[in-house]
Design a protein around this ligand. Sequence first.
Ligand SMILES: [Zn+2]
Ligand SMILES: [Zn+2]
Length: 391
Amino acid sequence: MTAKDGAREKMKSIEPLLIDLSHRIHSTPELGFEEEKASVWLSEMLDDAGFEVTKGVAGLPTAFVARAGSGPLHIGICAEYDCLPGIGHACGHNIIGASSVGAGIATAAIADELGLTVTVLGTPAEEVGNASGKIVMLEHGLFKGLHASMMVHPAPFDMAVMNLIAAAMFVVFYTGREAHASAFPAMGINPADSLTVAQVSLGLLRQHIRQTDRIHGFTTKGGDAPNIVPAHTSARYIIRSQTIEELDQLRGKVHRCFEAGAVATGSKCEIKGGDKPYAQMAHDLEMAALYRRNAEELGRVFPNLGPAVERFAASTDMGNVSQAVPSIHPAIGIDSMPAANHTPEFTAHCIKPAADKALFDGALAMAWTIADIATNESIRARLLSAPGAAA
Ligand SMILES: [Zn+2]
Ligand SMILES: [Zn+2]
């Protein structure tokens, strides 16, 4: 029996457990850094499979690492398991959590044979947009010693290489002064007007930014009653650019728009967050090609999407990992069209048979890709000697 057959057999034997795990996480959605149940369920399954599990790493109660094997080539598999506010598992992180655990267990079964160590990293709070799980875990050195890392992400269709760009999430607070909006409006300083000025400025700024830049957000507090000039307003925004360097340039321009709102009204402006942004994904194209071939071997199809994905760009803290360790982050289709990520319709798709199949295929394609990496002399040598090895 080949190593790949061994991985497939292992995956088959744990498939019902993985589907149950995915569905359980889906029906118990937990927000970033609050994934108490999911992190326990995932690490328990790894513990049962003989992994050495350490919970609460990097000072994050819902982060964990689970290690198996003792070979020289050390591969990391990232699990995500946080949900989105209000719409549950609309990004399919229940599938990611289960498929990464499955890939870890299937790889562990062939680790000795292939000279591998495999670590599943439980990485919380991918959706929070700033100072997220992987960023904090990178700061704590938890990706040190890895030669490669990977995960697969649910999407409407399969993509070996996704356009994943840099992003920063921040919150803007304006402080003014209350007044009776009709009787004594001259006594007020109106921070709701500050937001209006900022949003107009941002609208004008859109003419002067790169086509690849993005600015999106909304007011989170606009006031309490129309007959009170509010003292406090706030908004939450995300900005994105192709690279961290371009993001830094965009950030300055966007911040000035918010400052303009304070200047115009005399309110005070405070911006919090955005200090630990998501980096762009540096795809390891050789590994991505291996993944694609393995996924195709399992019958998966990578459609030629053309203009349909011309504007497609998302962001992930896996980008930060990829800047330190050679990494891949393919998309795995769950046959959800026209529903796409971050909608309640996509949430509903994340436990359908196509989602369960994506879980299985994604996990096995990862395990097979790891088997290829371990047995291909030139890739193995490159990864063992890569600068990322000491990241
Ligand atoms: Zn998402
Ligand atoms: Zn996601």
